[in-house]
Design a protein around this ligand. Structure first.
Ligand code: MF3
Ligand code: CO
Length: 275
C-alpha cells in the first residue's frame, strides 16, 4: 500500500523555487492522497446541493427557502453547512442578488423577482473536509446586459482555471481573468478573492482575480483552492452593508456576477472538484 504523504520529488522541486527566492506554499497547503479523497467527497455533496437548488429555484421564492433547501440536502447527506455560525454568519448559504456582490443573507421577506440574477454560494463540511462553489441563476426574463454579464463571468472562471497550472503562479490566474473581463468592458472586484480550502474554510493562498504573470505564490500539485471572480458591470468599488456587516454591494449599485469552483492542482493541470 502506498503511504499517505507528499512525494519527495515535489518537496525537492519546491525547495529549488524557494532557493531562487520564490514565494512557495507551506507543507500544509499541499494535500495528501487521503486528504484529497476527503475533499472530493465533500465537493460531491456540495455539487449535489447546488444541483438541488438549481432544480427548484424560481420567481417568487424567498431566499430563506433556498437556505432551507441547502440546510436539508446538506444534512440528508451527513454533512454540515460551513457558513452557518462561521464568524457569526447567521445562515447556511449566501444568496446575492443583482448589485449584491457576495455574502447576501437569506431572508423570508426577500423574494426572487422576474429579471433578477442571483448567486447561490454553497460551502460544505463533510468528515472535517471543506468544499466551496457558487453558481448564478437567472430568474424569468433577464435583460440582455445582465445575461451577458452572467455568461462572461462564467467565462472568467473558465479562463482563470485554464491559467492555474502546476509550477505556475497565483498571479497568472488574476492576470488572465482581469485581462479578459476588462476586454469585455467589465471591472473586477479586488477586495475579495478565492482562497485555499480543504482542511479549513479559508486557507492560504489568497487568489486575487487581478494580477501579474509569474508573481505571487508558486502553484504545486496537491494544492486545493477556489477561484471565484466577482465581475461588475460598472465600477469595481464595493461597500459593506452598514447594518448586517456582511453583505457586499457595488458602490454604483450596478449588477455584479460571480461563479466559483474548488480546484485541485495536479501534475498536468488542474481538476475541478465541485463539478
Ligand atoms: N462561500 C464564501 C467564499 O466563497 C464564504 C462565505 S463566508 C460566510 O469564500 F460566512 F458568509 F458564509
Ligand atoms: Co470561496
Amino acid at each position: 500500500m502506498s503511504e499517505d504523504r507528499i512525494e519527495q520529488s515535489i518537496l525537492d522541486r519546491i525547495q529549488e523555487y524557494k532557493d531562487r527566492g520564490c514565494i512557495v506554499p507551506s507543507i500544509d497547503l499541499i494535500k495528501t492522497p487521503s486528504q484529497i479523497e476527503g475533499i472530493k467527497a465533500s465537493s460531491g455533496i456540495n455539487t449535489l446541493v447546488l444541483d438541488e437548488v438549481g432544480k427548484v429555484i424560481h420567481e417568487g421564492m424567498s431566499t430563506q427557502e433556498i437556505d432551507d433547501i441547502v440546510a436539508k440536502v446538506t444534512a440528508d447527506n451527513g454533512a454540515i453547512c460551513a457558513p452557518l455560525h462561521f464568524e457569526g454568519y447567521p445562515k447556511s448559504v449566501c444568496t446575492s442578488i443583482n448589485d449584491e456582490v457576495c455574502h447576501g443573507i437569506p431572508m423570508r421577506h426577500r423574494k426572487l423577482r422576474d429579471g433578477d440574477i442571483v448567486n447561490v454560494d454553497v460551502s460544505t463540511i463533510y468528515k472535517g473536509y471543506f468544499s466551496d462553489a457558487s453558481r448564478m441563476f437567472m430568474i424569468g426574463h433577464v435583460s440582455e446586459d445582465n445575461r451577458r454579464l452572467v455568461e462572461e463571468t462564467k467565462k472568467c472562471l473558465d479562463i482563470g482555471a485554464k491559467a492555474a497550472k502546476p509550477w505556475g503562479f497565483v498571479g497568472d490566474i488574476g492576470y488572465a481573468i482581469s485581462h479578459y473581463a476588462r476586454s469585455k468592458g467589465y471591472s473586477v472586484v479586488s477586495e475579495l478573492g478565492g482562497h485555499g480550502v480543504g482542511i479549513a474554510f479559508h486557507e492560504d493562498p489568497f487568489i486575487a482575480h487581478i494580477g501579474r504573470k509569474n508573481t505571487g505564490m508558486l502553484l504545486v500539485p496537491g494544492m486545493v483552492f477556489t477561484i471565484e471572480p466577482m465581475i461588475n458591470m460598472g465600477r469595481p468599488q464595493v461597500e459593506i452593508d452598514p447594518i448586517n456587516q456582511w453583505t457586499i454591494y457595488t458602490v454604483d449599485h450596478k449588477p455584479s456576477a460571480q461563479w466559483e469552483h474548488t480546484f485541485l492542482i495536479t501534475e498536468t493541470g488542474n481538476e475541478i472538484l465541485t463539478y
